[in-house]
Design a binder for this molecule. Structure first.
Ligand SMILES: C[S@@+](CC[C@H](N)C(=O)[O-])C[C@H]1O[C@@H](n2cnc3c(N)ncnc32)[C@H](O)[C@@H]1O
Length: 282
């Protein structure tokens, strides 16, 4: 009689153990992260940051990270957001939604952007010297029939000069920074052109249509220019021009490139590279 009793007790116990076994919800992510440059002196904030589902995982700042994650109830994914500086003047925010396999390790590379969640790109503020602004307006042949856009307009100097000195009929400055846009509005008022210029506080990468512009001026970065290029090529009308201070547009060959000598923001003579593209008739 003892043996069956033990058996029943054992079955009972194992059933109890099975019913009570906690469900594994977590998985492991093995992340490969792109390199972030050492911040320049005086800008310690230009460093990388890693978040998963809003939780900070920045430390340690190494390029391969193994992190245990627990998707929120009812989902099997987590959102990885990596902010980094590929160059000292450009910040990328890269997002990837990752499927977690419970109890297993998943390799995830953030070295390339996910087309489903495009990168956010930010370029720090650094103004174009006014002599160079004039050279950009000349290269773009700005005149009275033009509507001029500056993508990433800083303190508004390019669009203000395009209207005030080169006679453009209208100009639009776009900048992601509220502080810059406030400066732009005050500067346009001071220059007496507030009725002809408009400033938009926006991320340039969210703008879908540039068709109003006949000339686009810009001083951003190679990566931001490349990200903007498809929308510019698709929406600008034939005859429109793009003038970029220093940066190119991927493999889109400029119609003209030149190097000019002018005083930089410290008053020293320096060389500045300018590029012109034109939208041709189809
Ligand atoms: C290098 S400054 C150029 C300013 C001005 N165009 C000039 O040449 O004097 C770049 C400007 O772009 C703005 N900016 C950076 N990322 C941006 C983005 N994604 N969308 C719109 N503006 C952006 C910055 O706030 C900054 O004012």
């Amino acid at each position: 009689m003892i043996r069956p009793l033990i058996l029943v007790a054992c079955i009972g116990l194992s059933g109890f153990a099975l019913a009570d076994k906690p469900e594994i919800t977590s998985g492991i992510l093995e992340l490969k992260l792109p390199y972030s440059v050492t911040p320049p002196t005086g800008s310690p904030e230009r460093v990388s940051k890693l978040e998963i589902d809003g939780k900070d995982h920045t430390s340690p700042r190494i390029l391969t990270r193994t992190i245990k994650v627990d998707p929120k109830k009812g989902t099997d994914t987590v959102t990885v957001v990596y902010t980094y500086w590929p160059y000292i003047y450009t910040r990328f925010t890269r997002t990837k939604v990752v499927k977690v396999v419970k109890g297993e390790t998943v390799e995830v590379s953030l070295e390339k952007a996910d087309p489903k969640t495009p990168d956010k790109i930010y370029v720090i503020y650094y103004p174009t010297p006014i002599e160079v602004v004039d050279a950009m307006c000349k290269l773009g042949s700005i005149g009275k029939d033009d509507v001029v856009y500056d993508i990433g307009c800083g303190d508004g100097r390019l669009v203000i000069q395009a209207v005030k000195k080169f006679g453009a009929k209208k100009a639009v400055g776009i900048d992601i920074s509220a502080e810059r846009i406030r400066e732009c509005k005050a500067n346009a008022k001071r220059a007496g052109v507030a009725d002809k210029v408009t400033f938009l506080e926006k991320d340039a990468l969210t703008i879908k249509d540039f068709s109003e512009a006949t000339v686009v001026l810009t001083y951003m970065s190679d990566s931001l220019n490349e990200a903007l290029r498809p929308k510019l090529q698709k929406t600008l009308k034939p005859g429109s021009r793009i003038v970029s201070h220093r940066f190119r547009m991927g493999d889109w060959k400029p119609k003209e490139s030149k190097v000019i000598k002018a005083k930089n923001n410290y008053g020293d003579v320096a060389e500045f590279e300018l590029h012109l593209w034109a939208i041709e008739e189809e």
